[in-house]
Write a new protein. Sequence first.
Length: 134
Amino acid sequence: MKRLLPISLLTLTLTLSGCAWLGRHMPWHHGTTAPQPAPTAAKSRPKSSKPSTPTIVTPDESLTAKVLSVNTVGRFVVLNFPEGRMPKLEQHFFLYRGGLKAAEVKIVGPQQDSSIVADIISGDAQTGDVVRDQ
């Protein structure tokens, strides 16, 4: 029995020191990840002989406004544009309601601050419609 105690202590010491050594020398201990397999090309994309072109992103420079008020008898609307971005006189715009084109207007003036008057050329307008130049 006395002889088993030193052997069991020796076995326990070697086992614990081996686990500690193994843990310090594994990739997860150093904050690195195991090597990942190289990604394969997608099978659904056909290979192109020409190199891919970079995506070009351009800001939207179009004028947009909101309809502040509508005069159905006189067939004109008052539009509110962003500060510093006013349209030219005689410029045509389209009114959209729920994403659908509802009317066409032409800027006629007068202008006061960021609001300007436009004649309704075709369609019908409602307060809150979105105005775009496209």
